[in-house]
Design a protein around this ligand. Structure first.
Ligand code: PLP
Length: 399
């Protein structure tokens, strides 16, 4: 049998062919008018994609670079900060803030859950300088309520800046940074924007830029004010990943083209697409006798599933790959062997999702001969979700 390798991982995600061609053709020097035109265009597109009037900064680094930049630029040694965490990426905020000498308060929730707003309110102190969280926690497949945290901070009159790792949240979740009062919103290239790893981007509010003028933590490569100044001249401070920037431009063109060139609308369609693929996957998993790891607040970026009782999630991941060439991911850290994850962010569509569900039926049936479902049960459940969404769409167009 032929196996076509397909990524179902929440980063890196499948590559957009048009972006790959743009990369291959990007034979540009970064201190030229040609590059400056490209850079200005992509920064403008990114601003629309993020959905903000704020300046967007592009960094040649993985997503964690933008997380580090946020901590390094917004804090001073000894600052009290609050980390909201319910997974591996939340824990990364704690490690980063400690590495930069902050006093770190933590509100945590169990893996698979989101934290309570009451706990956040109780942990907020008068001298809390910044709050760090994820929009979606990729390690557990949970969506956190960014809007509610932002509103809480504003309603309590807190001086704390709100920093949101939306690396898998952008393009999968409706986010309104400016209206909600988010101070930093972070994205990464190997997630919803369909290109390889190597770029991170962030939008920063005027409050955040102001804070950077007085903070004392060290920064050099990740000096955001230096990057902002360079960007105003159409350049980056150091040699950027020119090829990835060309790819990003092509990917944002593609997302805009889904809505006749309206990139903001294209982003909404990308979010709705991820939501649909996620809903199809959840329905299918339940039909297979699996449980959702994050039933109360599931992310659209990635679905985390508990395999049927007695089956190691690693076996599912291994069999999906060896029998179908489908690359899903195991749980991270303590969650390894207990959950597996299937992504929906970026260049996925319902057809990819149906294919994965079909493969999952075979793999689950083989690993659990006494299972109660028949081949087709999960596909039927997913098809039903798909049909309902099509009906809703038709009704909306007819109105
Ligand atoms: C992928 C990811 C990151 C960044 O990881 P890098 O490997 O540094 O790109 C950070 N936060 C979340 C929620 C992610 O999904």
């Amino acid at each position: 049998m032929f196996h076509k390798t397909r990524l179902f991982t929440p980063g890196p995600t499948p590559l957009l062919p048009a972006a790959q061609f743009a990369m291959a053709a990007a034979d540009l020097h970064h201190r030229t008018p040609e590059f400056r035109a490209l850079y200005r265009r992509v920064l403008g597109q990114l601003r629309t994609f993020v959905g903000t009037q704020n300046d967007v900064i592009l960094l040649t680094s993985s997503g964690t670079g933008a997380m580090e930049a946020s901590v390094a630029n917004l804090t001073s040694p000894g600052d009290r900060v609050l980390v909201l965490t319910a997974g591996k990426f939340g824990e990364r905020w704690t490690s980063l803030a400690k590495a930069f000498g902050c006093q770190v308060d933590v509100v945590s929730a169990a893996y698979g859950q989101t934290f309570s707003l009451d706990a956040v309110q109780a942990a907020l102190r008068e001298d809390t300088r910044a709050v760090f969280m994820q929009a979606t926690e990729t390690s557990t497949g949970v969506r956190h309520d960014v809007q509610a945290v932002a509103e809480l901070l504003r309603s309590t009159g807190s001086e704390a800046l709100l920093v949101v790792d939306a690396i898998t949240g952008l393009g999968t979740t409706h986010l309104d940074m400016d209206a909600w009062g988010v101070d930093i919103l972070i994205g990464g290239s190997q997630k919803a924007v369909m290109i390889p790893p190597g770029l991170a981007y962030l939008a920063a509010s005027e409050r955040a830029w102001k804070r950077m003028e007085t903070t004392k933590n060290p920064r050099y490569y990740f000096d955001l004010r230096k990057e902002r100044k360079a960007a105003s001249n159409g350049e980056s401070a150091y040699t950027p990943s020119v090829a990835l920037i060309a790819a990003l431009g092509a990917a944002l063109d593609y997302i805009g083209a889904q809505a006749e060139g309206d990139l903001a609308r294209g982003r909404e369609l990308l979010v709705e697409n991820a939501e649909l693929c996620a809903a199809m996957t959840r329905a299918a998993a339940l039909a297979l006798g699996m449980r959702l790891f994050a039933p109360a607040a599931p992310a659209a970026a990635v679905t985390a599933l508990l395999p049927p009782e007695g089956v190691d999630s690693g076996v599912i991941v291994k069999e999906l790959k060896s029998r179908f060439g489908a690359i899903a991911t195991n749980g991270q850290g303590e969650m390894k062997g207990h959950i597996f994850r299937v992504a929906h962010l970026g260049f996925f569509d319902p057809l990819d999702t149906l294919a994965l569900i079909g493969a999952l039926e075979h793999v689950t049936a083989d690993s659990l001969p006494a299972s109660k479902f028949k081949l087709g049960d999960a596909l039927t459940a997913a098809q039903r979700v798909f049909a309902e969404s099509r009906q809703a769409e038709t009704a909306a167009v007819g109105r």
